[in-house]
Design a binder for this molecule. Structure first.
Ligand code: HEC
Ligand code: HEC
Length: 327
């Protein structure tokens, strides 16, 4: 009797594992940071507006961790109210991307983190000046000492620390992940229908893996061109090849309910519209309202536990710290 029970239990456990392993989407795993001093320092830098020329813009200005790691506007606003050319993707789960930026021009988070600091339309600083600011603050030097073993501050260490913090910004525990892990009641009938349709109509051909995206470059406009006023060219800007025009990194669909507006031009405000467009331009399908609603219901089950961030208290500037230039 007990033996039969054990065998039954084992069978149940293995069948759950097998079914999750067969799905094109895998659950997100929680991360335990290796070096918590490094992560703490990275968090301070992520929130510190003194890495910008104005002393006003931090990574969190455009990748707001209170709002799904994004700014929820069509295209970002940078230094002196500069209108950015492109939508800010979320930093949540971005460590799972094959490369960073819509066109993949930075190979990883560390390489990416140097970009915005020196981008005239974003934080508008120079790496040298950002390092000077940090170097002038003894409490920061002590933090670098703790994280790296010496108090040298350079842009390499700054970006290493920011990337280590970003590595912790994952969102496990979504209702969909609970379902993948065997809790069949974690999602309802409409959401499950939406997931089936998401698979059967071919969305998973591009949006798959733990991040439900981030693993490939694909043309935006496979069957029909996407109508946009944006001048952004996608991968062509990186490779120079005409065949890479309108090819973009497939974005993650994790937390997609939080990261509106959608697409690289940020022109689409509702998930319903985004799903309709994807069906049409990528798969040549006209979804009915019911189909759109079920896919949207499924997509909303991808919202995970948001990283719990305690706002870091930053050490003050002092007489030696270069002054901000907001105007
Ligand atoms: C002024 C707004 C702004 C600021 C400030 C900013 N970013 Fe971004 N970030 C963007 C935009 C816009 C993009 C997309 C650019 C592109 O793909 O060409 C982006 C892209 C990214 C990406 C790539 C995500 C992906 O999925 O490809 C990461 C990671 C990131 N930023 C992290 C940071 C960090 C770290 C900082 C601070 C050092 C920072 N950002 C500061 C607007 C901003
Ligand atoms: C051939 C590959 C491919 C297929 C198939 C595909 N997508 Fe996409 N998806 C992309 C790419 C590439 C983008 C980025 C488009 C851009 O540049 O804005 C994207 C963007 C999205 C976005 C907006 C994400 C954001 O953060 O702005 C949503 C939502 C989405 N897809 C859902 C779907 C759904 C639902 C399906 C199935 C009906 C689907 N996709 C099928 C490649 C694909």
């Amino acid at each position: 009797m007990i033996r039969t029970l054990v065998i039954l239990l084992l069978l149940m456990v293995t069948s759950i594992n097998v079914s999750a392993a067969n799905e094109p989407i895998q659950p997100i795993k929680a991360v335990t940071p290796q070096n918590s001093d490094l992560v703490d320092l990275g968090k301070m830098l992520y929130f510190d507006p003194r890495l910008s020329k104005s002393g006003f813009i931090s990574c969190n200005s455009c990748h707001n961790l209170s709002m799904g790691g994004t700014d929820n506007i069509a295209t970002s606003v940078g230094h002196k109210w500069h209108q950015g050319p492109i939508n800010a993707p979320t930093v949540l789960n971005s460590s799972m991307n094959l490369a960073q930026f819509w066109d993949g021009r930075a190979k990883d988070l560390k390489e990416q983190a140097g970009g915005p600091i020196a981008n005239p339309g974003e934080m508008a600083f120079t790496h040298e000046l950002a390092v000077n600011v940090l170097n002038s603050i003894p409490q920061y030097r002590a933090k670098f000492e703790k994280a790296f073993g010496s108090d040298k501050i350079d842009i390499d260490r700054v970006t290493t620390a920011i990337a280590a913090f970003e590595d912790t910004l994952v969102t496990p525990g979504s209702r969909f992940d609970q379902w993948l892990e065997g809790d069949k009641n974690a999602i309802n009938k409409q959401e499950l229908e939406g997931y089936r349709l998401f698979k059967s109509s071919g969305c998973t051909g591009c949006h798959h893996g733990a991040a439900v995206g981030g693993l490939a470059y694909q043309k935006f406009g496979v069957y029909h061109p996407y109508q946009t006023d944006s001048k952004i060219e996608g991968r062509k800007a990186v490779t120079g090849k005409d065949t890479d025009l309108n090819v973009f990194k497939v974005p993650t669909l994790r937390n997609i309910e939080l990261t509106y507006p959608y697409f690289h031009d940020g022109a689409v405000w509702t998930l319903e519209e985004a799903v309709k467009i994807m069906g049409k331009v990528q798969l040549d399908r006209d979804f009915s309202k019911k189909e759109v609603d079920s896919i949207v219901a499924f997509l909303k089950t991808l919202t995970g536990e948001q990283p719990e961030i305690q706002l870091p208290i930053l050490p003050p500037s002092n007489n030696d710290t270069p002054r901000p230039e907001p105007f």
